[in-house]
Design a protein around this ligand. Structure first.
Ligand SMILES: [Zn+2]
Length: 205
């Protein structure tokens, strides 16, 4: 692509680095921004910078948060004896949208995937084990994608937790194998949490 301006080229380059954004789309977005008021564009860019520099991760559950402890972990209305283990913050949002879950979360920050070079040490697994050991946790629910990586992660976590005195369950897999959690509709996801099954039982199916 030949640009008439270096500034234009730079802006298009930055947008085209985003996932799913090709050069054409990047150019369209940049030209759109050029038509906006300077104040609007400043607000846009400062929101991005603030997001990147000020965002925190909850010290307890690792969810993205504006403070050192997220709102869910800080809430007295939540059941802190019930921990739902998820891959990332999108899953927390999806489960919260169901209004069917009143426990707390633990965000792993990914799934074990030897193919991608992601091992247990790259994920928030030790802190989960610590939380279960030291806290008053009664039940851990795995709500991970029904993929090879999700199953591998659950299998690993189950081994790590075998001596812990907690109920270990998985969300009922009404979700098709290979299903990504965030794309499941709210009713299905809500039901699958409500009808969660003990992990051992889920293996025999
Ligand atoms: Zn938290």
């Amino acid at each position: 692509m030949n640009f008439s301006s270096k500034l234009l080229e730079n802006a298009v380059y930055e947008f085209s680095r985003l996932p799913g954004v090709g050069q054409k789309t990047a150019l369209r977005l940049v030209l759109h921004l050029l038509k906006q008021d300077t104040g609007d564009v400043q607000r846009f860019s400062s929101a991005m910078v603030k997001l990147r520099t000020e965002i925190q991760h909850c010290g307890t559950c690792h969810n993205i948060s504006d403070s050192a402890v997220c709102e869910i972990c800080a809430s007295h209305k939540r059941d802190h004896g019930l921990i739902c283990v998820v891959e990332d913050t999108r899953d927390v949002m999806a489960i919260e949208n169901t209004n069917q879950y009143n426990g707390v979360y633990h965000v792993l920050g990914g799934l074990i995937s030897p193919m991608d070079g992601v091992g247990p040490a790259d994920l928030a697994i030790d802190s989960l084990v610590e939380r279960i050991k030291t806290g008053e946790v009664n039940e851990v629910v795995f709500a991970l994608s029904a993929t090879m990586e999700g199953d591998t992660t659950i299998f690993y976590l189950h081994k790590r937790l075998k001596d812990a005195v907690v109920i270990i369950s998985t969300i009922a897999r009404g979700i098709a194998f290979g299903g990504e959690l965030e794309y499941v509709d709210e009713i299905t996801l809500g039901r699958s949490i409500a009808t969660r099954v003990p992990y051992e039982n889920s293996l025999s199916r």
